[in-house]
Design a protein around this ligand. Structure first.
Ligand code: HEC
Length: 431
């Protein structure tokens, strides 16, 4: 007998089964697995940061309801750029149709379907995503991550060993145990004997003051030789430079790693590495990590929507290739906005739901040219009220500082600039 619903023949009820796309019921193999491969398995596989693997039906089935709610609430996959501003090459957000597919599949009892419909499994690169590096540097000392508890950010400084200036066409950080790594940042800085006295090479330290960032009145930074090389997040991609672009590491530079570990139940030792591919030809453009920030602000106790902002004037033409908002636990939203010399203004990136736990970099699909004279603003809001579940202390006034109970307004950017710019200056004071 044909199944009926409400006295109507099956045919009339089909849309219920067919979900978003019509007739046949959505199945794991045909409809769901391709989405999970593309958008989820980068993190949800053994050894990666996702708490459970989502590689096959048996693993996925118990999570159907949780997947449904995670994608409806846009908690997963982690991606925070508001749609409508900018196009990013590492955008992993789900389309409306993909969300609808996962929802109707879960609502229909998460059927398995026919294994013959399964997509080819993806083979994940376990080696270097940038290809074979020309040079790999390993931190000199391993770090012992406990089974549980909170590990404060660890910093470690070590020499690059470069005896000549080097152009780098690709750089990648790799942990041994991605599942305990929340994020890592590699930066390059000129060797500074004073700083090294305080923080000897090869010894982990918890940051308590960087002589380079003590001037509270600074609002932008482009120290000539000190910059971020990469922000690593699990499941992220190594930033690809376009042909003709390269980063410069000066002879004698030191490398600094900032490491944020999240214990996962088993003690492990970790010794992250960084790999470099050197440019084979002289570059046409230099890519640099710079930042626009404000270190001179007070967020009042209890303020649910404190505004902190800063602006700079661009002293030369530049192309923006990547953007990364950075705030701490009270961060709510962040925007990069450019106002061009002709007065028109444009939002380059807006993150309306900032989440400190995900330090994402947004790679622009097409580099954005900002002409000299453009005013670039970073605008952030902070929730210092008791309603913010992440707030370490709503009763305190908050200032700039490195620690996560202090705050930051920092817009990291990768920019591509001319090799021989008319002026060395990148940022100047804005009116
Ligand atoms: C960049 C890495 C990453 C990607 C990509 C990712 N996840 Fe996750 N996922 C995590 C991490 C880490 C957690 C645990 C912490 C959290 O919830 O933020 C998590 C948690 C979850 C949870 C909640 C588990 C629980 O304990 O309740 C679900 C469900 C989930 N992910 C589903 C997905 C789905 C579906 C996708 C793809 C559409 C996806 N995730 C993509 C990293 C990722």
């Amino acid at each position: 007998m044909l199944p009926k619903c409400g006295g109507i023949l099956l045919a009339a009820c089909l849309p219920l089964y067919g979900g978003a796309t019509g007739s046949a019921p959505l199945t794991y193999y045909k409809d769901v697995a391709p989405i999970l491969q593309q958008r989820c398995q980068g993190c949800h596989r053994p050894g990666e940061i996702g708490p459970m693997p989502l590689l096959n039906y048996k693993q996925v089935r118990p999570w159907a309801k949780a997947i449904r709610s995670a994608v409806v609430l846009k908690k997963m996959p982690p991606w925070f750029a508001d749609p409508g501003y900018g196009t990013f090459s590492n955008d992993r957000s789900l389309s409306r149709a993909e969300i609808d597919t996962l929802v109707s599949w879960a609502d229909n009892g998460a059927p398995e379907g026919n294994p013959k419909d399964a997509p080819q499994p993806v083979s994940f690169v376990d080696g270097w995503a940038i290809g074979k590096p020309d040079l790999v540097l390993e931190v000199p000392t391993e770090y012992h991550i406990p089974a549980s508890g909170v590990v404060p950010y660890q910093y470690i400084l070590f020499p690059s060993g470069f005896t000549e200036d080097k152009w780098i066409e690709a750089v990648e950080m790799r942990p041994e145990n991605p599942s305990v790594v929340h994020h890592m940042i590699a930066s390059v800085r000129p060797h500074n004997p004073e700083y090294e006295k305080k923080h000897p090479h090869g010894q982990y330290f918890e940051r308590e003051g960087d002589p380079d960032s003590r001037d509270r009145s600074r609002t932008f930074g482009a120290a000539p030789d000190s910059e971020n090389l990469q922000v690593y997040v699990p499941g992220g991609v190594a930033p690809a430079l376009k042909p003709g672009q390269a980063r410069l590491i000066k002879a004698g530079s030191d490398i600094m790693f900032q490491l944020h570990f999240t214990p996962n139940g088993t003690p492990v030792t970790e010794r992250p590495r960084i790999g470099f591919r050197f440019a084979k030809q002289p570059p046409i453009e230099r890519v640099r990590g710079v930042s626009v920030f404000n270190e001179n602000f007070t967020i009042l106790p209890g303020d649910p929507n404190a505004l902190v902002q800063t602006k700079v004037r661009l002293m030369q033409d530049l192309k923006v290739t990547a953007l990364q908002p950075h705030m701490h636990l009270r961060g709510k939203d962040f925007e990069f906005r450019a106002t061009y010399p002709d007065g028109k203004s444009e939002t380059l990136l807006r993150v309306s739901h900032y989440d400190f736990h995900w330090q994402l970099t947004y790679f622009l699909a097409q580099p954005k040219l900002l002409p000299a004279g453009t005013i670039l603003e970073c605008i952030g809001h902070y929730d210092n009220s008791a309603n913010n579940p992440n707030n370490p202390d709503p009763s305190s006034a908050v200032h700039h500082g490195d620690q996560s109970w202090e705050e930051m307004l920092k817009g990291f950017m990768d920019i591509a600039i001319d090799l021989n710019p008319k002026t060395k200056e990148i940022f100047g004071t804005a009116p």
